[in-house]
Ligand binder design. Structure first.
Ligand code: 5RP
Length: 233
């Protein structure tokens, strides 16, 4: 049998893509789950099931995938609205607040996802948590010159910060904007709305991965009785 996590991601991506209507401007998120949504939107366009779609991407990765699946693209300085956005998440709490940024794309993701009339989050069941910060570090995008003072400040705020390092690349991860990412461990994030604002107020911070009050719908992929099931939270 194929990897159950992959099957969950495919099914939830397909379920989100099936909610896209013709004549829409669609925010295209980042990550391995959203990648399936982008693929299925492209397939619906090619089959004629969907017409007149324009995508607005949240990362280099999303742009490459959208081009691969022949989804016409535009940018935020051209479109006047985003009708629907589909994006993944690293953690989802019962209030549908999120931690994002596992792919270091949370800054552009937050801009596009927050603008959407409807924001759909696609995750597998392993991403659901009672409290944000329980399983995932909080990503913070920082301009390179401010890394040391920002790390000091994040420590003063009770976090354990570490600079995200590249894989198969010497040195740190560099974002699509040319900045760096600090991942912060918190024992527990009791008040995500306040922490989101407090961190974004540190000089040198561009954006953090807390998405509070942005999500409209969470689609969760699960395997039940050996079958993939998608449910809405
Ligand atoms: C990228 C993100 C992703 O949406 C998040 O990391 C989930 O990715 P995946 O679907 O691969 O688990 O926030 O910055």
């Amino acid at each position: 049998m194929s990897d159950p996590v992959v099957i969950m991601k495919q099914e939830v991506g397909k379920a989100a893509a099936s909610r896209v209507k013709s004549d829409s401007i669609v925010g295209l998120g980042t990550g391995s789950t959203t990648a399936y949504a982008i693929q299925y939107i492209g397939e619906r366009l090619q089959s004629g099931d969907l017409k007149n779609i324009v995508g607005v991407t949240t990362s280099f990765q999303a742009e490459v995938l959208a081009r691969k699946y022949h989804i016409p693209l535009s940018t935020l300085d051209v479109v006047d609205r985003i009708d629907i956005a589909i994006d993944g998440a690293d953690e989802v709490d019962p209030q549908k607040n999120l931690i994002k940024g596992g792919g270091a794309a949370h800054t552009q993701e937050k801009i596009v996802d927050s603008l959407a009339e409807q924001f759909i989050v696609v995750v597998d069941g392993g991403k659901l948590v009672d409290k944000l910060g329980s399983t995932f570090l909080l990503p913070v995008e920082v301009i390179p010159k401010a890394v040391v003072p920002v790390m000091r400040k994040l420590e003063q705020l009770g976090g354990k910060p570490e600079l995200r390092m590249g894989v198969k690349k010497a040195g740190p991860v560099v974002t699509d904007q040319g900045n760096l990412v600090i991942d912060v461990k918190y024992d527990s994030i009791d008040d995500p709305a306040t922490l989101e604002k407090t961190i974004n107020n540190i000089p040198g911070v561009l954006e953090n991965g807390l998405f509070v009050g942005v999500t409209d719908v969470v689609l969760v992929g699960e395997i039940i009785d050996n079958k993939p099931v998608v449910r809405e939270l």
